[in-house]
Design a protein around this ligand. Structure first.
Ligand code: ZN
Length: 560
């Protein structure tokens, strides 16, 4: 039968115990000089060796031929205890029930002499879980214990143990085991088990198990069954859904430099490789926290502004809660990260060009340029596309025309008051970014820059083309959000920051030359016109196809 590593490698001698040096020394000395106490309390974090040392002490105290306080492992007592066949060693797990029956039975039998050993040893694990009744029964026993009884109480939560109990025990604080000590022990285990594993992985295991040896061995156990040959750092992280230290560092570097593209790409990679976003958040929080602690206690330089780091920790905390309420954890994480970058950006004053101008509603004229910078991809010419796509081509063409008219009209009827009002109202949406239903839309609104607005149209620019595409995909829903906050319908126009720059230059140029924007009616498309256009495009495509068949693809059809 397979035996878990932490059981198999549970120390059988004091010298094998990792960490807890002062406790081990004290216990061994007391054994050597024969000063045995009747009650001990071992307290400290889980997996730090409390139960292990309790069992080891039970054996050492009963050994017939101890050597320097160590059990001999050869006498009948040692063997009996090692084989768990000894009735005089009683283990009680207070966590599994409230312990009343066990403690009652303990009380009844405690005065009987041990059946084979010198001492009866009662090990009560998670002693803080005992009921009041059980504690009282235990207290009576601790007040007048028979000579042959030793109690070893263990707990992770000492503050829950009544002081009347504590005052009767010799208390030992177990500390988290140091990373180096854990690595040392892990190296011994992998050597004996012939597990092929990179040293870095052992370091990573030791760092991640928060000072608990049992957890460290548990992770090693899992990992050795997960990856058969050579266990790499990548095996470690992908089996646990976590990021390597370097990955966390790189991710934060991109985040703090507001590199949206790289952050979004990294999130894609995390998702595809099956990382756990909850674990990632924990890792980032721990990373930031450690940096801050180093800064506060050792005055070490911070990589990022203190305020930003603290802000990010709080954001991540909120994000965790929001993620628990949604099925689409990745999207919420992604939005949260984009939002964080926007928060960081706000510390740098944001340029709002239109605000700096006078009321631009007074200047108006038609846009003179031939081609409005398009928010959609360059419309392909008919020869580039198959026939069935002509329909969408037509719509794209119409959209482009409509789009350029709307841009013109926005400038023609824009006002600073409208812009300020809209900006104020969208700011109020912030409180709802973690709403699982509309949080995504709100982030899309907040991530954009509202550049110019009239009562009918709002022009929003985004840093990246991909964000413009996302906004276009959700245009209807976004317009609905604006209807809710403004109380009237509006058309949203999305452009990249790049396009916005061009529009702005044009606006300034016109203003300097005193050429106003003239309001234009939006085109009303007749159905017949629609059909005609489709037919035209189809004809063009057919003509091209015929030409290609006759001349090969050297033919070029002029764009009209
Ligand atoms: Zn022995």
């Amino acid at each position: 039968m397979y035996q878990a590593l932490y059981r198999k490698y549970r120390p059988q001698k004091f010298k094998d115990v990792v960490g807890q040096t002062s406790i081990v020394t004290t216990l061994k000395n007391s054994l050597q000089i024969g000063k045995i106490s009747h009650a001990y309390l071992f307290y400290g974090p889980r997996g730090t060796g409390k139960t292990t040392l309790a069992k080891l002490f039970a054996k050492a105290v009963n050994c017939e031929h101890p050597i320097d306080g160590e059990p001999c492992e050869e006498c009948s007592h040692c063997i009996e205890i090692s084989e768990h066949s000894c009735v005089d060693i009683v283990e009680i797990d207070a966590a599994s029930n409230n312990g009343v029956d066990e403690i009652r039975e303990l009380k009844n039998k405690i005065n009987l002499v041990p059946s084979s050993l010198k001492y009866k040893v009662y090990i009560i694990d998670e002693v803080h879980m005992l009921s009041i009744g059980a504690f009282n029964a235990l207290l009576k026993t601790l007040e007048e214990p028979p000579e042959h009884a030793i109690f070893i109480l263990a707990t992770t939560e000492m503050h829950k143990v009544p002081t009347t109990i504590l005052s009767r025990c010799q208390c030992f604080p177990f500390r988290k085991i140091e990373v180096e000590d854990i690595v040392f022990r892990l190296k011994e285990v992998v050597a004996q088990e012939k597990i092929n594993i990179e040293d870095e992985v052992l370091q990573e295991i030791a760092r991640s198990c928060d000072g608990g040896m049992r957890d460290a061995l548990g992770i090693l156990d899992q990992l050795s069954s997960y990856a058969k040959d050579n266990i790499t750092l990548e095996d470690y992280h992908s089996s646990r859904g976590t990021l390597s230290y370097n990955m966390v560092e790189q991710f934060l570097k991109d985040l703090f430099s507001q590199n949206v593209k790289k952050v979004v790409e990294s999130i894609q990679v995390f998702d595809k490789s099956g990382r756990d976003f909850f674990q990632i958040i924990n890792q980032i929080i721990v990373y930031l926290r450690n940096q801050l602690i180093q800064f506060y206690t050792k005055n070490e330089a911070l990589l990022y502004p203190e305020h930003d780091m603290i802000q990010l920790i709080f954001t991540l905390n909120r994000l965790q809660t929001a993620m628990k309420e949604t099925e689409n954890v990745k999207i919420i994480f992604e939005i949260g990260m984009i939002q964080s970058m926007k928060e960081l950006e706000k510390n740098i004053s944001r340029e709002i060009i239109v605000d700096q101008k006078d009321d631009i509603a007074s200047s108006s004229n038609s846009i003179s340029r031939e081609k409005v910078p398009a928010h959609v991809e360059k419309t392909p010419s008919p020869e580039e596309i198959p026939k069935e796509k002509t329909q969408s081509l037509l719509i794209a063409k119409q959209n482009e025309e409509l789009f350029s008219i709307r841009i013109n009209n926005t400038f023609a009827r824009a006002s600073k008051d409208i812009l300020i009002n809209i900006k104020q109202k969208t700011e109020q949406l912030k409180s709802r970014i973690f709403d699982s239903k509309i949080g995504f839309l709100i982030c899309l609104i907040l991530d954009g820059n509202i550049r110019v607005a009239s009562d009918e149209n709002i022009l929003i620019s985004y840093e990246y083309e991909s964000m413009v595409e996302q906004a276009l995909e959700h245009q209807r829903e976004l317009e609905h959000q604006f209807l809710e906050i403004l109380g009237h319908t509006v058309n949203l126009l999305f452009v990249t920051d790049e396009t916005w720059k061009k529009l702005r230059e044009e606006f300034i140029q016109k203003k300097n030359q005193n050429i106003p924007y003239v309001y234009k009616d939006e085109p009303q498309l007749e159905e017949s016109m629609l059909i005609d256009t489709i037919t035209d495009i189809k004809k063009e495509a057919d003509a091209y196809q015929t030409a290609v068949e006759m001349f090969g693809d050297i033919v070029e059809i002029e764009e009209n």
